[in-house]
Design a protein around this ligand. Structure first.
Ligand SMILES: [Zn+2]
Length: 133
């Protein structure tokens, strides 16, 4: 049984845990680089897709394993969007405002949402392959 925390931002330059040490203290915040902004914008776009796909089936948001607490945090869609926008505006992540008293059944991991979206995309692609001519 694997028990390792999954980092939803693994390998992602927008990793909110990256540079946390640098953010400590009174050093001025540096704005995101253009590619970092791009990554956050892509995450925002992905979120829209995930919410559109999963929201109707009762999924309220994503669960993210917190490296600091070593426990999962549950984020509503709106909260996730707010966090990403905050990151865009300030260059600093807000990772510690999880949903209050969440029901784990209503949250899925970022990987699950991505896989689900990919699956739906593939299904749609296959459907168009059949053609209607
Ligand atoms: Zn935490």
């Amino acid at each position: 049984m694997h028990d390792e925390p999954i980092d939803p931002f693994n390998g992602d330059p927008a990793d909110p845990s990256a540079g946390l040490d640098d953010a400590v203290g009174d050093a001025p915040l540096e704005p995101l680089t253009e590619s970092e902004r791009q990554d956050v914008l892509e995450d925002l776009a992905d979120l829209e897709v995930y919410q559109a796909l999963l929201g109707p089936s009762g999924i309220r948001g994503l669960v993210i394993e917190c490296e600091d607490c070593r426990e999962p945090h549950y984020f509503d869609w709106d909260l996730l969007r707010g966090n990403l926008r905050h990151l865009l505006n300030s260059g600093r992540p807000r990772v510690h405002e999880p949903a209050f008293d969440p029901d784990p059944d209503h949250y899925v991991s970022w990987e699950y949402a991505r896989g689900y979206a990919d699956g739906v995309h593939d299904t749609l692609a296959e459907g168009t392959d059949d053609g209607e001519s």
